[in-house]
Design a protein around this ligand. Structure first.
Ligand SMILES: N[C@@H](CCC(=O)N[C@@H](CS)C(=O)NCC(=O)O)C(=O)O
Length: 211
């Protein structure tokens, strides 16, 4: 498999964790998201992913998959051990909800494209952009904090899809200096995950394209 990734991309980070947890070997193609206006906007990458975003995963047979949650569910279906969704349908729905609170509601507001638009098209100062970033992370984390059940992971005793979304979002929040002291459950679940080699190996700092 070949993963199109960028060390700081939290969506790619989710997929790196899944690949590591499943023990799936993969080749990495680094796509720089900021250099020269973003190498993801070049025609050759657009041909790979028309959305011009990472991650994209080329699977055996040549198909190219997009969207981290779809990729992770594909990996979970094709490599069921360890499962990333609980067996119980109610628990599955809760885990998917936590994942989507982060991937669909927090992350898109803080993504490279919208932040660049705020700066270059809407002429916002960096302080206003940082305030925007902090606001949406804190707003989203308040809800996530209310629903997660660390035990020690975000939804119980096993790592789930919820953790794969939570850990990269916490990494981003720390990088942008969002205070996390109001979110003890989030911090505890993140710390539990970071003790696992699969999460450690997926960290941005441990990627070949890290700067
Ligand atoms: N919903 C998508 C989000 C993918 C995404 O937006 N990736 C970001 C990096 S985290 C990206 O490639 N941004 C490039 C850009 O906006 O120019 C997923 O979960 O895969």
């Amino acid at each position: 498999m070949k993963l199109y990734s960028y060390f700081r991309s939290s969506a790619a980070y989710r997929v790196r964790i899944a690949l590591n947890l499943k023990g799936i070997p993969y080749e990495m193609a680094a796509i720089h998201l900021t250099k020269d206006g973003g190498h993801n906007r070049r025609p050759e990458f657009r041909a790979i992913n028309p959305q011009m975003r990472v991650p994209a995963l080329e699977v055996d047979g040549g198909d190219i998959l997009m969207q981290s949650l779809a990729i992770i569910e594909y990996l979970d279906e094709t490599h069921p051990k360890p499962p990333l969704l609980p067996a119980d349908p109610i628990a599955r729905a809760h885990v998917r909800a936590i994942a989507q609170m982060i991937a669909c509601d927090i992350h898109p507001l803080n993504n490279v494209g919208p932040l660049r638009y705020l700066k270059h098209k809407l002429g916002q100062e960096q302080t206003a952009i940082d305030a925007w970033y902090h606001h949406w992370v804190i707003d989203g984390f308040e809800a996530v904090e209310a629903v997660i059940k660390p035990g020690p992971y975000a939804y119980g005793a096993e790592v789930t899809l919820a953790d794969l979304c939570l850990v990269p979002q916490v990494y981003n929040a720390r990088r942008l200096k969002v205070p996390l002291d109001r979110f003890p459950k989030i911090v505890a679940a993140d710390a539990a995950c970071m003790k696992l080699a699969a999460f450690d190996k997926a960290r941005p700092e441990n990627q070949p394209d890290a700067e």
